[in-house]
Design a protein around this ligand. Structure first.
Ligand code: PLP
Length: 363
């Protein structure tokens, strides 16, 4: 039992900014003089229309999204988009996928259900996904409908250190654990999508940013209308009742990021935070990172002691001390500290102090 807020290193759902939570709390019973909470208001009301429009406008501003891209707020998380991607984008049936970890593999397997011409362009499974295949290692098809990559690999703690050259083939990028952590050139991508529960808002939604020329409608006539990005874009994401609360919370997070100085500033803060942890890992005799520096994620840092029992002991003692959810993903073991935007620097400084102490005691 904790009497105060703790440092939550969960990969998702994860920490939200305390400023954002407090603002939501302030407006919880009576949002903007409407006499109701956002959870209770009509999705067709003027108040909610303002919320969704402002949220989209702030996302466009913060991410510098060009005008020829649509922004969609869709239910089903990133996982439902694994299916929506082939449903909306397959035309010839050929698509390239790169496997760099757990979620990119799931996306690949989902695509296989829609076409037998899905092509594995590269995979880093030969080294337990500890690296990112480089351009010359990508076996790209001549005229694929798209190339799918997972930009930041939440489970293994790696990040793409470049944007692939595809000769005009649109890149579809899962940015669930990367979105809003640093600037990205949206114009280099056909589609960017992200479940919001990692770095933006509570669970329940994905943000999909899609270039207009890719909105050509569904590839099959038996798919649910809800999956149709073109129809969703036409409906302004209000084809049916949208996840209103979640959209509102995204809006609050975007305002918070703007108040800090936008994504350039966010990047500066995040890299400084991650450096504190990685510098310690590189100097420690007990803990080590499994990822080469150039592929390291600034959002999910994975590490091990090399002894599974000691890892377990560390996770247990850290939890006692108020550093929770440091256990690595069940598929890989070890430890993982997810240090998204809302994790304060102080949380990492204190974690490193705790790790040093643990190292002293367990030499
Ligand atoms: C968490 C995560 C997902 C799955 O997201 P859901 O919203 O739970 O479907 C997909 N991709 C990445 C990179 C993730 O981190």
């Amino acid at each position: 039992m904790f009497s105060e807020r703790i440092y939550n290193f969960s990969a998702g759902p994860s920490m939200l900014s305390e400023d954002v939570l407090k603002e939501a709390q302030r407006d919880l019973l009576n949002y903007g003089g409407t006499g109701t909470s956002v959870m209770e208001m009509s999705h067709r009301s003027a108040a909610f229309e303002d919320i969704i429009h402002q949220t989209e406008a702030d996302l466009r501003e913060v991410m510098n999204i060009p005008d020829n891209y649509k922004v969609l707020f869709l239910q089903g998380g990133a996982t439902l988009e694994f299916g929506a991607i082939p449903m909306n984008l397959l035309k010839t049936g050929v698509a390239d996928y790169v496997r760099t970890g757990q979620f990119s593999t799931k996306a690949y397997k989902e695509a296989l259900r829609f076409s037998d011409k899905i092509h594995l362009a590269a995979s880093s499974d030969d080294k337990t996904y500890s690296y990112i295949p480089q351009q010359e290692q990508l076996d790209l098809s001549d005229s694929a409908d798209y190339l799918h990559i997972c930009f930041n690999n939440t489970v293994f703690g790696t990040k793409w250190n470049y944007i692939p050259e595809t000769n005009g083939v649109p890149i579809v990028a899962d940015m669930s654990s990367f979105i809003l952590s640093e600037p990205v050139d949206v114009s280099k991508f056909g589609v960017i999508y992200a479940g919001v529960q990692k770095n933006v808002a509570p669970a329940g939604m994905a943000i999909v940013i899609v270039r207009e020329d890719l909105l050509t409608g569904l590839d099959g006539d038996k798919y649910p209308t809800y999956m149709d990005w073109k129809e969703q874009a036409k409906a302004g994401s209000i084809m049916n009742t949208p996840p209103c609360w979640c959209i509102y919370m995204c809006g609050l997070t975007l305002k918070w990021i703007k108040s800090l100085g936008g994504l350039e500033k966010m990047k500066e803060i995040n890299y400084k935070k991650a450096k504190i942890l990685y510098d310690f890992l590189d100097s420690s005799e007990l803990f080590k990172s499994a990822v080469e520096p150039k592929y390291r994620s600034m959002m999910n840092a994975t590490f091990v002691t090399g002894d599974a029992e000691l890892d377990k002991k560390f996770v247990a003692e850290a939890t006692e001390a108020g550093f929770v959810n440091l256990k690595g993903h069940r598929s890989v073991g070890g430890m993982r500290a997810s240090i998204y935007n809302a994790m304060p620097e102080e949380g990492i400084v204190k974690l490193v102090e705790f790790m040093k102490k643990f190292e002293e005691e367990n030499k």
